[in-house]
Design a protein around this ligand. Structure first.
Ligand code: ADP
Ligand code: MG
Ligand code: MG
Length: 208
């Protein structure tokens, strides 16, 4: 029950944040894409928020899966299947024990793996993977090697994601719409890496 409330609260915080950042994300996408990332994300998460609010009896894995399913159907574009499909399949990590430090690491790793399977982007292709990879690796190392509490690990993951977002600006896009611009994509921050950072920031804010 406590986990259900935490998920609902996290989802609400993410939804509010993406609504606030809608114009910002769309502006980033207008420089190197088709100017819809902010509206895509805000629409998707507000849809997920509506769905999950009424699922009073659901287990964590089912709630998280529903978020993924809703994102797939509501976000669209390149980012819908990447965010939604990956959340959907990674939600299985919560099936047996719910959310623990250990299963949260497993979820993060499974999510990153799915995003890379589906999108085929390596670090340095100027995508969400550039924020996600350092965040997930830092989270895992903080918990498994440095023995930090999930909250502190998440704070380190936010810092890592932030650096990852910064790293997208000077590089050339190799995946997604921005790659059509070739060298002209240089000098612009990636929208999907930025929305990934906002989501991780809101997970931290919820946990605090
Ligand atoms: P679309 O480009 O279809 O309009 P969005 O604007 O919602 O979709 O999302 C764009 C973001 O999706 C990019 O900023 C990038 O971070 C991410 N993205 C695009 N293609 C890929 C990919 N192959 N792998 C990982 N992320 C990708
Ligand atoms: Mg777009
Ligand atoms: Mg689009």
């Amino acid at each position: 029950e406590r986990q259900r409330e935490a998920i609902v609260q996290a989802l609400e915080n993410v939804t509010v944040r993406l609504e606030e950042e809608k114009a910002h994300l769309t502006e980033l996408d207008s420089a190197i894409g088709d100017a819809d990332h902010g509206t895509n994300m805000a629409r998707g998460f507000s849809g997920a928020n509506e769905k999950v609010k009424d699922m009073d009896e659901a287990e964590p894995a089912e709630l998280v899966k529903t978020i993924g399913v809703t994102l797939v159907s509501e976000v669209g574009g390149a980012s819908g299947p990447l965010y939604g499909g990956s959340i959907m399949s990674a939600s299985q990590e919560f099936a047996d024990e719910g959310i623990t430090a250990e299963t949260s690491v497993a979820f993060a790793e499974a999510y990153l793996e799915k995003v890379q399977d589906r999108g085929g982007a390596e670090v340095g292709a100027k995508t969400m993977v550039d924020a996600l990879t350092p965040a997930v690796h830092t989270y895992k190392k903080s918990i498994e090697t440095d023995d930090l509490a999930p909250l502190e690990a998440l704070a380190k993951a936010v810092d890592a994601a932030e650096r990852g977002v910064g790293f997208t600006t000077p590089i050339r896009a190799k995946k997604g719409r921005a790659s059509y611009l070739g060298w002209r994509s240089v000098g612009h921050q990636d929208p999907g890496a930025t929305s990934t950072l906002f989501i991780v920031e809101e997970l931290l804010a919820t946990a605090q």
